[in-house]
Design a protein around this ligand. Structure first.
Ligand SMILES: Cc1ncc(COP(=O)(O)O)c(C=O)c1O
Length: 386
């Protein structure tokens, strides 16, 4: 293997397979599983995760933007790929050429897709999005029949599905999510009464776990695929396995005197003689500056606190409690020995949600993919090494 920088994100593909299997066990056999691999598979590596999820039982893939669909097709993935975000008229031709499935809810885009498909003498599949309460994208429920029938009337367009997205399925009280599912059913019933039987979907990870009535023709699994839970109260609902961990190596270790300032802004001063280690990871790697004077890591089986501000490429830890030396491995996320720094813990230190923690880990951090305890592939900033 070509040498890579000491800061890496390990991706346990076996855990992703286990998560797919665990979720498949919760949904009816006839319900298809869409693996949501947008945002580079929530930072885990889209092409590798997509291939693995498909081999483990997912039938479809979900992305947010055209470029993500292009990346997957270029990697040779032939499965249905849904662009879940807005597909503008400027995207129409590429969507048709690559056989991607588009989200539609506005006249201009649906006409552009039909036009591009007609010119290219191809069919394009679309799913109508209905806004039942997210307030983000979609036709209003009262406009769903009219818009869907417009789309059905257009040449070279196949209206395959209809879907909606839940705003609060992760809340302990899921009354509003139930209301959204009911509003969605209502739209589908009105369409069915007019002879249109479409593929229906509304469930994200939280709804897969907490709202069985939302398991329709497809469920859209994002967060759970990566072994994370939408909310603490959902941890007892299924056993998931975190797929990403983050490790680095100490680049420098030194003893400093009482009162020595560390890092930009001198926000930390050594209280007594302290041993300080520098680690080559910073906010340009997605290790957030919000972790300044708050984060922790695992070194030789001990928790060590982050001191001073996180810099762009480096940060410092107080490792006084450990006989540390340069080159020692430090775990910033994941398990080491008996202890584990969870994504949820890092999210709490940053004042954000687990989704953001893994999405932020930048392309500069090589991804090392593991399968059956062996390195399965490595992706660096320049592309795949192996
Ligand atoms: C439209 C849509 N469906 C499904 C998902 C997957 O959600 P989750 O990661 O909570 O499973 C997302 C993610 O935000 C989404 O935007």
């Amino acid at each position: 293997m070509a040498p890579i920088r000491p800061t890496v994100a390990d991706i346990a593909l076996d855990h992703i397979a286990l998560n797919v299997q665990a979720i498949r066990g919760l949904i009816p056999a006839r319900t298809e599983l869409m693996a949501v691999v947008k945002a580079d598979a929530y930072g885990h590596g889209a092409t590798q995760v997509a291939a693995l999820a498909l081999s483990a039982g997912a039938a479809r893939l979900g992305v947010a933007v055209l470029d993500e669909g292009i990346e997957l097709r270029r990697a040779g993935i032939a499965a249905p790929i849904h662009i879940l975000g807005h597909v503008g008229p400027e995207d129409a031709e590429q969507v048709v050429k690559l056989g991607l499935t588009a989200t539609v809810f506005d006249r201009e885009s649906v006409l552009a897709l039909s036009g591009a498909a007609t010119r290219l003498a191809k069919k394009v599949k679309v799913h109508v999005k209905v806004d039942t309460g997210m307030g983000r994208l979609g036709v209003r429920p009262q406009d769903a029949v009219g818009f869907t029938e417009l789309a059905i009337s257009l040449p070279h367009l196949e209206v395959e599905g209809i879907f909606s997205h839940l705003a609060c399925a992760d809340a302990p009280d899921i009354t509003s999510a139930r209301g959204q599912v009911a509003a969605f059913h209502e739209c589908c019933l009105r369409l069915e009464a007019r002879g249109h039987r479409l593929t229906k979907h509304i469930a994200n990870t939280a709804a897969i776990l907490a709202l069985p009535e939302s398991h329709l023709d497809i469920v859209r699994l994002g967060l759970g695929l990566y072994g994370m839970y939408p909310a603490p109260h959902m941890k007892s609902m299924v056993k998931l396995h975190p797929a990403m961990s983050l490790r680095s190596q100490l680049s420098y270790v030194k003893w400093v005197e009482d009162g020595t300032p560390i890092g930009y802004g001198w926000t930390y001063r050594a209280a007594g003689q302290r041993q300080i280690a520098t680690v080559p990871i910073g906010y340009a790697d997605g290790y957030s500056r919000q972790l300044s004077n708050r984060g922790q890591a695992l070194l030789a089986g001990q928790r060590v606190p982050l001191v001073g501000r996180v810099c762009m490429d480096q940060c410092m830890f107080d490792v006084t409690a450990v006989a540390a030396k340069p080159g020692d491995e430090i775990v910033l996320l994941g398990r080491a020995g008996q202890d584990e720094i969870s994504v949820d813990e890092v999210a709490a230190w940053m004042g954000t949600i687990n989704y953001e923690v893994t999405c932020l880990i930048s392309r500069r951090v090589p991804r090392v993919f593991w399968r059956s305890n062996a390195v399965y592939g490595v992706r660096t900033l320049q592309g795949r090494v192996r």
